[in-house]
Ligand binder design. Structure first.
Ligand code: CO
Length: 194
C-alpha cells in the first residue's frame, strides 16, 4: 500500500542511516499490474529459517525505499503468506505478519488507497473500520492485533494481496471500467515511448 506523503521514505532512510543497522539488505523488484503473480494465492510459511529472516529484511527495505506503508510477498513474486507493514509517520515501527488471518471485522469506512503494484492510481473504496488479525512472527510465535485507522486498512489491503486480490477489485463496476481504460491507455503510451 502506498502512503500519500513522500516525506516518509526520506525519514525512514535517515532512520536506517543512524540506527546502526548493519545487516545487508537488498531491494527486490516490485511486480506491476497486470502481472499474473499478483493474482495467485499464497502458501502458508512452515519454516522459520535464516532465509525467511533475510527475505523479511529485504521486503522491509523494498517497502521503505518505495515509500510504501505495506508490502505483500506476491508483490515481489514470492507466493508465501507474508506481509510487512509500517504505518508510523517516522517509518520506525516495522510490523511483520506471517500467515496472517483476519478473524474479526467491524464497521465500514471509506478508504482512499493506492498500491505499489499499481503506480500513480488512487481511488476510494470501503473497508472494515476495525479488524482483529492473528499471525505468527518471524520465529513462528503466534500473536494477535486489534487494529483501527490506517493499520486496519493496511492489514486488509495486504492480506487481500495474499489471496490474489487487489484494491481495484473493490471498486464499483463503473470505477473499475474507468480504471481499466486508464490503465490500457497507460500501457499503450509506455509501448509507444519504448
Ligand atoms: Co498493494
Amino acid at each position: 500500500m502506498r502512503f500519500s506523503s513522500q516525506l516518509k521514505g526520506l525519514i525512514s532512510f535517515e532512520f536506517s542511516l543512524h540506527s546502526g543497522y548493519s545487516r545487508v539488505m537488498t531491494t527486490l523488484d516490485i511486480k506491476i499490474y497486470p502481472d499474473e503473480v499478483l493474482r495467485q494465492k499464497t502458501e502458508l510459511v512452515t519454516e522459520f529459517s535464516k532465509e525467511l529472516h533475510q527475505f523479511l529484511d529485504n521486503m522491509a527495505e523494498t517497502m521503505y525505499s518505495a515509500n510504501g506503508v505495506g508490502l505483500a510477498a506476491p508483490q515481489v513474486g514470492v507466493l508465501q503468506r507474508i506481509t510487512v507493514i509500517d504505518v508510523s509517520e517516522e517509518g520506525n515501527d516495522l510490523m511483520e505478519f506471517i500467515n496472517p488471518q483476519i478473524i474479526a471485522r467491524e464497521g465500514k469506512v471509506p478508504s482512499e488507497e493506492g498500491c505499489l503494484s499499481i503506480p500513480d492510481f488512487r481511488d476510494k473504496i470501503f473497508r472494515a473500520e476495525t479488524v482483529t488479525v492473528e499471525a505468527v512472527n518471524r520465529h513462528g510465535e503466534p500473536f494477535s492485533v486489534e487494529a483501527d485507522e490506517l493499520l486496519a486498512i493496511c492489514l486488509q489491503h495486504e492480506i487481500d494481496h495474499l489471496e490474489g486480490v487487489l484494491f481495484i477489485d473493490h471498486l464499483t463496476r463503473l470505477k473499475k471500467d474507468m480504471f481499466k481504460r486508464k490503465w490500457k491507455k497507460r500501457l499503450l503510451e509506455a509501448e509507444a515511448s519504448a
